[in-house]
Design a protein around this ligand. Sequence first.
Ligand SMILES: Cc1cc2nc3c(=O)[nH]c(=O)nc-3n(C[C@H](O)[C@H](O)[C@H](O)COP(=O)(O)OP(=O)(O)OC[C@H]3O[C@@H](n4cnc5c(N)ncnc54)[C@H](O)[C@@H]3O)c2cc1C
Length: 400
Amino acid sequence: MIFEFSDKVKELQSRVQAFMDEHVYPNEQLFYDQVAEGDRWQPTAIIEELKAKAKEAGLWNLFLPESDRGAGLTNLEYAPLCEIMGRVSFAPEVFNCSAPDTGNMEVFERYASEELKERWLKPLLNGEIRSAFAMTEPAVASSDATNIESEITRDGDEYVINGTKWWTSGACDPRCKVLIFMGKTDKSASLYKQQSMIVVPMDTPGINVKRFLPVFGYDDAPHGHAEVEFKNVRVPADHILLGEGRGFEIAQGRLGPGRIHHCMRQIGVAERALEKMCKRVKSRVAFGKPIAEQTVTLERIAESRAMIEQARLLTLKAAYMMDTVGNKEAKAEIAMIKVVAPNITGKIIDWAIQAHGGGGVSDDFGLAFAYAHSRTLRLADGPDEVHRNQIGRLELKKYN
Ligand SMILES: Cc1cc2nc3c(=O)[nH]c(=O)nc-3n(C[C@H](O)[C@H](O)[C@H](O)COP(=O)(O)OP(=O)(O)OC[C@H]3O[C@@H](n4cnc5c(N)ncnc54)[C@H](O)[C@@H]3O)c2cc1C
C-alpha cells in the first residue's frame, strides 16, 4: 500500500477543503437556524444553495467507484475527501455524498434494472430526491437479519408488502421519494435465501410514516429516523432487486461501502473534536495554569492523536482492500474499522466534552450532537459485538 496520495487526490483534497472554508463552515450556524425556523421537517434553503455550488464546482458524487456515473474515484481516493466532509454533519449532503443515499445509489448502480436506474438512480445522482433503507424492525432483534419478519408476497405481476420498520433514516424528509425494503419472500427457503430487497416508491398507498425516533433527544431534522408501517403496499414485480431470495447477497454489497463511508466521516469528526479540545484547553486557566498544561490533558490529547492516526490507516487499508480484492474479501478490515472508528471518535469527543466543562454538553460547541451521532454508529449498520464476532471467527479460522 502506498501511503502518499496521488496528485489527483491532493488536488481534490484542496478543492474540497477550500469549498468547506468558503461555503460550509461560514454557514454552519445558518443551517441549524433554518432548521429551527418554521417546520423542522422541511429541507433548508442553505443546503439546496450549497448543493448547486458544489455541483458547479465539480465536487459532486465523489463516492461511486467503478462506475461512469461517479467521479471516477476509488474507495481509497474518496476516503480523504469524505473525511474532510465528515467534519460538518450536513456537509456530505452538500456534495451529494450522504448516507443513506450513497449506499442506496450503490445498490441501484450494481443491482437494479436500467428502468429502475433511470427512474431512481438518475434523480438521486442529480441530488433531486433522497432515499431510505428499511431493514430494521421493532419486533425482532434485527442485528441478526435472518430474524426479519416483514413479508413480500407475490400476487400476479405485483408484490404485496406488509410489516413495520423502524430506524428508517431519512424517511421523515419530504424529499425522500424511494426506499429499499428488505423482507421475506419465502419463509420455507434455506435461512439466507428467505430475504429479498425491493424498491418501494414512497408515494405508494399503504405506507405510513408513524413517528420520528429521537437520538438522545436530537431529532436530526429534516432527515430524521422513522418508524414506518407498510400495509398491503403493492409494487410492480419488476421492482424486486436481482430476484427473490437474494437480499443477503445485496446486503453484503451495500453494507460494505455504507459502513466504510461512516468510518471515513468519523475520522473527520474525531479530528474536529481534537481541534476543539486543543483550542479550548489553551484558552482557559484553572488553578494557576492553562488547562492544556495539566498532564491529564496532554495525555488525552496524545492518545487522541495516536488513535486518529491508527483509525485513519485502518480506514485506508480497508478502502484499499475493497478496491483491490473486493468488498467480500475485505470483510475483516471493514468489520474492524466499523468497530474502531466510532469507538475512538466517541472517546475523543468525550474527552473534548470534558475539556470544555459544562459548555461541552451544551449545543454551543457541537460536541454533544457529535457524541450522540458517533454513539449511534456503534449500533447502526450492525452493533459492535456482531462485527467483533465476525473478526474473531475469521481470526480463528486461520487455525483450522
Ligand atoms: C441512528 C440510527 C440510524 C439507523 N438507520 C437505519 C436505517 O437507515 N435503516 C435500517 O434498516 N436500520 C437502521 N438502524 C438500525 C440499526 O442498524 C440497528 O439498530 C442495529 O442493526 C441493531 O439492531 P436492533 O436495534 O434490532 O438490536 P438487537 O438486534 O435487538 O440487538 C441488541 C443488542 O444485542 C447485542 N447483540 C446482538 N447480537 C449480538 C451478538 N452476536 N453477540 C453479542 N451481543 C449481541 C448488542 O449489544 C446489540 O446492540 C439505525 C439505528 C440507529 C441508532
